[in-house]
Structure formats: C-alpha cells, structure tokens
Design a protein around this ligand. Structure first.
Ligand code: UDP
Length: 239
C-alpha cells in the first residue's frame, strides 16, 4: 500500500529569502520551481495546501523605516512584496499543472481575489492550492503572524515553517558547536527561552489556539514531503 500523508490540510510558511537562493535580491527561479514541484507532490498525494510567503527578499518595512521612510508606507511595500512572491509561486505551480489561487489581504482586484475565509476554504476543499498574499493586510505585523492567523482560520492540521536549519536549537547552531536540537517543545518554552522561532505575536496565537508547528529545513530537497508524511524531521512545537 502507498504511504499516506499524516496531515489532510497544512499551511506552509516560507520567507521571501527562502526563494532568493544564493542571490542578493529577488527570486531564484530554480528554487521557486523546486519548491513548486514539492508542493505538486503534496497536492498529488491529496494534501490540501495553503501557502504564506514573506517579502524579505524584496522589502521589509522596518528596514525601509531605518532608511528614513515612514514605517507604515514601508510595511505597505513589504506587503506588496509578498504579493509579488506569491504571484511567482502561483505561476510556477500553474506551469506544472497545479490548480492554484492567490488570495490577497489587500485588494488588488485586477490581479487576484481578495481573501475571503469561506472562499479560501472552498478552494482548498476543491483541491486548489491557496496562496495567501499581503500578510495580514495590516502594518506592524509579520508574515509569520499572517501564517499563524491563516493556519488557525483555515483550520489546518499543522503549520510548517520552512527555515535554513533543520529545527530549533538551544542556541544558534551556526555559531555554537554545543547547540542541541529540540525534537519537540512547547510554545511557552519557545517564548520564555526566547528561542527565536517566530515573533511573539505569532507564537502566542498558535499557543492559544493549539496550532502545532513543525520547523524544518526547506533547503533540503524533499524535506517538506517527509515532514508531511510524518517522518521525524525538524522540531515540533505544541501548545
Ligand atoms: N508586512 C506587514 N504586515 C503583515 C505582513 C508583512 O506590514 O501582516 C510587511 C512588513 O513590512 C514585513 C514585510 O511585509 O517586513 C515582509 O514580510 P516579512 O518580513 O514577514 O517577510 P519574511 O521575513 O518572511 O521574508
């Protein structure tokens, strides 16, 4: 018998930088296509996939503010950056035959649908991948918060956060040889020990709503598939 995915519906969060590859700015089509192909495999296995993508490869509000721009305007640019990344992922998925809709927290009606919870859920039920763009639609939030929010609203079974390390460590594994990886931990510990998993807003939202989170290394090919099929990869954070 064919192995079955452990999760029926998931939310996959990746940063904008994850799509940048080794470039200094923008998108690496090789990376975008590789991730799109892994999403295709999940989709073919019957997993309902919602995606949230960051914008840090293009613009971040806080960085623009540090250069003198008004913070809210910077955040608007950051949210538009997430929309651009979402369109790139939508295109890559469509080109390999995966049905997909980008839905946006800010209205850009000529480009994509607005985010309407019931419609987004319907898309997932029909087997469309849903890319939720423009973060939460509000300044002073992050796309991690947007991912937590959408994961809870769309009633996914678990949220998967793509990173460049294979889980959460006691300290930065790139700087300390004696850093130890957690197999699993609670949101409360992640908060108190300041483990830098996500910002506090995102963590508290997942904690209070019992949304499990799997932190895994997306630079490793196929890792998301192993994670969704229930292999022991990365670190699981629970309420
Ligand atoms: N942003 C925002 N509200 C949101 C989500 C994102 O204002 O709900 C802006 C914010 O300026 C942020 C930028 O969009 O810096 C890009 O998102 P993020 O930094 O989370 O991207 P990532 O680090 O995941 O690539």
């Amino acid at each position: 018998t064919k192995p079955k995915p452990r999760y029926r519906r998931i939310l996959l969060k990746m940063s904008g930088e994850a799509l940048m590859g080794n470039q200094a700015f923008g998108l690496d089509p090789k990376v975008v296509n590789r991730i799109a192909d892994e999403v295709r495999q999940l989709h073919e296995a019957g997993v309902q996939v919602a995606i949230v993508i960051g914008g840090g490869n293009l613009f971040r509000g806080a960085q623009l503010a540090a250069l003198g721009m008004e913070r809210v305007t910077g955040d608007h640019m950051g949210m538009l950056a997430t929309l651009m990344n979402s369109l790139a992922m939508q295109d890559a998925l469509e080109q390999i035959g995966v049905p997909v809709r980008t839905v946006s927290a800010l209205r850009v009606d000529e480009i994509c649908e607005p985010y309407i919870r019931r419609r987004a859920i319907r898309h997932l039920e029909k087997g469309n991948v849903v890319i939720s763009a423009a973060g939460t639609g509000n300044p002073f939030f992050t796309t991690d918060s947007a991912a937590s929010l959408r994961a809870i609203e769309l009633e996914v079974d678990a949220m998967f956060k793509a990173t460049k390390v294979d889980g959460i460590y006691t300290k930065d594994p790139n700087r300390y040889d004696d850093a130890v990886k957690y197999h699993d931990l609670s949101y409360q510990k992640a908060l108190t020990d300041n483990l830098g998993v996500m910002d506090a807003t995102s963590i508290v939202m997942c904690r209070d709503n019992h949304m499990p989170l799997i932190v895994f290394d997306m630079t490793k090919a196929g890792e998301i598939i192993r994670a969704v099929f229930g292999e022991d990869v990365g670190t699981i954070v629970h309420a």
